[in-house]
Design a protein around this ligand. Structure first.
Ligand SMILES: Cc1cc2nc3c(=O)[nH]c(=O)nc-3n(C[C@H](O)[C@H](O)[C@H](O)COP(=O)(O)OP(=O)(O)OC[C@H]3O[C@@H](n4cnc5c(N)ncnc54)[C@H](O)[C@@H]3O)c2cc1C
Length: 339
């Protein structure tokens, strides 16, 4: 475990922001992480846990210690007639894991194909896509308490998962490092194709009659590739804002004023409004401020065309928030972790 000074983070965040860490350390195994926490290796420093860097936007150099989580791998932990339990380490690439579970014949994670980043971050914001959230397959996780150095287990209820949220983003923010996550996958396929775009893509692929886990994963990959910019080519962190959830009365007023508004009913009589629709409606798609821009194919994604600084991306995000607030009376909240 070597602490490096003045370390460039450009290759470690999918926005491709050229920020530097005052101190940087990479922890390559569970033992490394546990030893580092127990030795209070971060005492006296401001710290940041960095995993795949696909949900993190640096607005300036980090004046403290960046801890890169890099413990890879996954293993079978249990099984019964209907389910298999897999334990995936925090530093394992999420999509590689998802694709391996599909190849091995297990179902559950196919709708979450092609989400960048690593497994340890998946529960933090309860990643979701195409009608499925990781909480639907989640069994438990193991995390080390940064104060006591004890490894603790969290079941689903104690993680308090919500839309792009968990206890690790709220009450326990920065209090734990997640070491591994346990998922319960199905041996007999359970398909989730309620999402219109998946059905349409399956038809296009000629797979609508014979639906399979592999076909759904491929449909999701096709849809994502057609809409989302590849971070290898154009820096981005996926959806920049969360879709706001509003009361029915407010939704009815908006629907009256904007009959085309895109929204989905939620529990408790609320409505989730598509933030991308509002941003698109206001003409932001494809807008550019220097190298900071709004993706031309998906208005919810902000991009770095090359040399944008993090604060320039945030300035663009603020302009968008103000214009959405002015027209729709809604405050958009960032999904991305702004540092
Ligand atoms: C093109 C693109 C598409 C995307 N699509 C989706 C999507 O469909 N759905 C979705 O939900 N997200 C999506 N994302 C966002 C992102 O991929 C996910 O949020 C992913 O889970 C982030 O993983 P990461 O390892 O890159 O996290 P990082 O950015 O490294 O970290 C994210 C946060 O988690 C914390 N953290 C990370 N690991 C640990 C750990 N082991 N212990 C404690 N804290 C930790 C970090 O401190 C940080 O606050 C997309 C991003 C991109 C670039």
């Amino acid at each position: 475990m070597q602490i490096i000074e003045n370390y460039s983070l450009k290759h470690l965040n999918t926005f491709g922001i050229d920020a530097r860490a005052k101190y940087f350390v990479e922890l390559n195994s569970d033992e490394d992480i546990i030893d580092f926490v127990k030795a209070k290796g971060f005492a006296g420093h401001k710290t940041l846990i960095l995993n795949g860097g696909s949900n993190t936007l640096f607005t300036k150099d980090f004046d403290g210690l960046v801890i890169k989580i890099n413990n890879p791998g996954y293993e079978l932990s249990d099984e019964n007639n209907n389910h298999i339990f897999l334990k995936i380490k925090a530093g394992e690439n999420w999509d590689a894991f998802v694709q391996k579970t599909i190849e091995q014949g297990y179902s559950g994670l196919e709708n979450l194909s092609m989400i960048p980043g690593n497994a340890g971050a998946a529960p933090i914001q309860n990643i979701g896509a195409y009608g499925v959230e990781q909480k639907d397959l989640f069994h438990s996780l193991e995390a080390i308490n940064r104060e006591t150095g004890k490894v603790e287990s969290f079941d689903k209820e104690s993680c308090r998962f919500g839309y792009r949220s968990s206890i690790f983003k709220t009450t326990l923010k920065e209090k734990y490092i997640i070491l591994a996550v346990n998922y319960r996958l199905n041996k007999k396929p359970v398909f989730n194709i309620g999402y219109g775009a998946i059905k349409d893509e399956l038809k296009k692929m000629g797979s609508a009659e014979e639906i399979s886990t592999k076909a759904i994963a491929q449909a999701v990959r096709n849809i994502r590739s057609s809409k989302l910019p590849d971070p290898e080519k154009i820096g981005n962190a996926g959806s920049f804002f969360k879709n706001p959830v509003i009361a029915k009365e407010k939704y009815m007023k908006l629907k009256n004023a904007f009959p085309d508004i895109s929204a989905y009913p939620e529990s408790g009589g609320k409505y989730k409004i598509a933030a991308g629709w509002m941003i698109d409606h206001l003409g932001w798609k494809g807008a550019r401020r220097g190298d900071a821009g709004v993706c031309a194919t998906q208005a919810l994604v902000l991009v770095n065309y090359g040399n944008a600084a993090g604060h320039e991306i945030v300035a663009l995000a603020t302009e968008i928030q103000q214009s959405v607030k002015k027209t729709f009376g809604i405050c958009l909240e960032p999904e991305v972790n702004i540092v």
